[in-house]
Design a protein around this ligand. Structure first.
Ligand SMILES: [Zn+2]
Length: 392
């Protein structure tokens, strides 16, 4: 799928600009036309941290005419291991201002607009409205869903990336032409279940690997060249040094971008990223097992039926050996119940234990009294049992 250029070309390039961008201009697919489109483009980078640093620097060098930076934090010494847009003398300064100074040093022809606020429901629509494309460099789920929902509601494409330890992921979400972030990840893990880079660490140079994919995709979309990363998820494993691709389809039941959305405006993202229903909490009481317990059952060939209630996309990224995929929705619609064995212990799992607790409530009320679920889900399993596998 190729898409038309996102941006109209600027009227002209100056003599200085022609000299500066000559290595772009002689690429046939970019040329004068593509470079003029970059000059006219307005790109917003959410965050000037790990991913925002390389993204902003390469977007600036590439000649994107207007760069917006959303960032409210200040530069800390622990940032410098990966946030290469900032330097030693910037410690203690506003990250937005530090990033602006670096951008200006790389390319004085770029106009920089600073949004030194925490992105939230009150400002996101107004800020996003001024840009052609969003580059998401956020590091928390609440902001990630906020970015997705605002982009979908405004009909704007955004380039998403995420990093953790040696693992990175990237995709382009654009509901008009493909899936959105909610199609891939319909719900957020509860707070504290997925360690952040601050807790779990990140290989500094991973930011460059993923940030450069994001900039590449941004440039392709702006200039209308190549195959955009729409409907595809790139998964990078730095330890193995390989990139995998997973197809991501638009979810016909997506709460946001389907034909019958249940989310039609911005919601409370802090609550969305932290809620487990009371029924699910009650069902999980006394019926939650650990990864070690599950491992022991599997090793002892215990008669269990292990069910993964996530979506096929997620199953493809990482799964527990022996698990049968039956997505949560099949339980909610009732079609999964006939697949349940009567003579085996049912063990449910999802990404982190939220969805599996909900399914557990459904199963218990259908009479499967001794069903259990895996606390911490596949993420907990990977962390404790199979640490070489990717988390997402
Ligand atoms: Zn969607």
């Amino acid at each position: 799928m190729s898409l038309p250029p996102l941006v109209e070309p600027a009227a002209e390039l100056t003599v200085d600009e022609v000299r500066r961008y000559s290595r772009h201009l002689i690429i046939p697919d970019v040329g004068m036309d593509g470079q003029k489109r970059l000059k006219n483009a307005k790109v917003l980078c959410v965050g000037a941290g790990g991913l925002g640093s390389p993204a902003l620097m390469y977007l600036a060098a590439a000649g994107v005419g207007t760069l917006g930076i959303v960032e409210f934090d200040t530069v800390d010494e622990s940032n410098l291991q990966r946030q290469i847009i900032h330097g030693q003398s910037d410690i203690g300064r506003s990250k937005a201002e530090s990033a602006r100074d670096s951008v200006k040093e790389i390319n004085p022809y770029v106009e920089v607009i600073l949004h030194e606020d925490r992105l939230d429901n009150s400002n996101v629509m107004e800020i996003f409205a001024g840009y052609d494309l969003i580059v998401d460099g956020t590091d928390n789920f609440a902001t990630r869903y906020l970015v997705n929902d605002a982009a979908v509601l405004l009909g704007k494409p955004y380039v998403w990336g995420s990093i953790y330890r040696f693992d990175g992921q990237a995709s382009v979400f654009w509901a008009e032409h493909g899936p959105c972030y909610r199609c891939l990840y319909p719900e957020a893990p509860p707070p504290g279940m997925v360690p952040s880079c601050a807790e779990g660490g990140v290989l500094g140079v991973l930011c460059a690997s993923i940030g450069s994919i994001q900039v590449t995709e941004a440039i392709k979309l702006l200039a209308g060249v190549g195959e955009p990363l729409v409907g595809r998820l790139m998964i990078y494993d730095a330890l193995e040094m390989n990139y995998r691709q997973v197809k991501v389809r638009k979810d016909p039941n997506c709460a946001l971008c389907s034909d019958h959305p249940t989310v039609t405006e911005l919601i409370d993202y802090e609550a969305f990223c932290g809620v487990v229903s009371e029924e699910a909490q009650a069902a999980a009481q006394g019926a939650t097992i650990t990864s070690k317990q599950l491992k022991a059952w599997l090793d002892e060939d215990e008669d269990i039926f292990l069910i993964d209630v996530r979506e096929p996309n997620e199953y493809e990224i990482v799964s527990i050996p022996g698990a049968t995929l039956i997505p949560k929705n099949e339980f909610l619609m009732g079609t999964a119940l006939e697949k349940m064995p009567q003579d085996k212990k049912i063990v449910l799992h999802c990404k982190t234990g939220v969805r599996s607790a909900e399914v557990l409530a459904v199963l218990k009320s259908a009479g499967f009294a001794d069903a259990v679920h895996l606390g911490g889900g596949v993420i907990g399993w990977v962390n404790q049992i199979e640490p070489h596998k990717p988390v997402y």
